[in-house]
Write a protein that binds this ligand. Structure first.
Ligand code: HEC
Length: 200
């Protein structure tokens, strides 16, 4: 390229950089603005393309059944709900505040992904996001992950009873457990604290 062209290019780049830092143009890549729809769609496309082609086509070796769904729902409650919520809506403190946030997996964008793609995402996580990789590496056919795929498919039809069951499997802190125990003891009229009538 000739020197003139290089010079022109440098000027354009400098001007661009100047505008960028000046704040006169809205910043494209800050974490405070949601990405435009086109940007989000492009990112998803790129992600799909980055998967090995055969990974997308892998069929789920399990079929959905009440037992499989109950098992995977409990697994989800234990490992995934802190970000995704029991209902998959992503409306948890952690899920909302990650960037990008945890998506509502009941929506078409997630439901349209193939079983193989969901499995691959669960196994490998999503780079540059809060979505971690699950399960030990090397195990190419992880039963738990395939069952979680079935649970994700079931999310749009989750019932209130199923949600209640899941709550029992959400991780609890020691403080939660202590509080529950105190409540239980109090209701039983047992050794719980001050309000329990003392026998003389
Ligand atoms: C620490 C928070 C966190 C945990 C725990 C977590 N995820 Fe995620 N997950 C995310 C975030 C954030 C995204 C969105 C990433 C993105 O926008 O590309 C995501 C995306 C996904 C997606 C892709 C959805 C889509 O439409 O692109 C699937 C599937 C998924 N998670 C499944 C799971 C499962 C199953 C578990 C539990 C084994 C789990 N996640 C645990 C944060 C988490």
């Amino acid at each position: 390229m000739s020197r003139v062209l290089w010079a022109a290019l440098t000027v354009v780049l400098l001007l661009g950089a100047g505008l960028w830092v000046s704040g006169l143009v809205p910043h494209c890549c800050g974490a405070r603005q949601a990405p435009s729809r086109a940007e989000a769609a492009l990112a998803r496309r790129l992600r799909t393309w980055s998967l090995p082609a055969d990974a997308r086509q892998r069929p789920n070796p399990f079929a959905s059944s009440t037992e499989v769904l109950q098992e995977s729902a409990r697994h989800f409650a234990d490992h995934c709900a802190s970000c995704h919520g029991n209902d998959g809506g992503g409306n948890t403190e952690m899920g909302r505040n990650l960037y990008p946030p945890a998506p509502d997996m009941r929506e078409a964008a997630t439901q349209q992904l193939s079983d193989g793609e969901l499995y691959y995402i669960i196994r490998n996580g999503i780079r540059w996001t809060g979505m971690p990789a699950w399960g030990e590496p090397g195990n190419d056919n992880d039963q738990d992950s395939w069952k979680l795929v079935l649970f994700i498919r079931h999310l749009p039809k989750l019932t209130a009873d199923e949600l209640r069951d899941m709550e029992r499997f959400n991780p609890k802190s020691d403080a939660d457990r202590k509080e529950e125990k105190e409540e239980e003891d109090f209701l039983k009229g047992g050794p719980a604290g001050d309000q329990a009538p003392k026998s003389r």
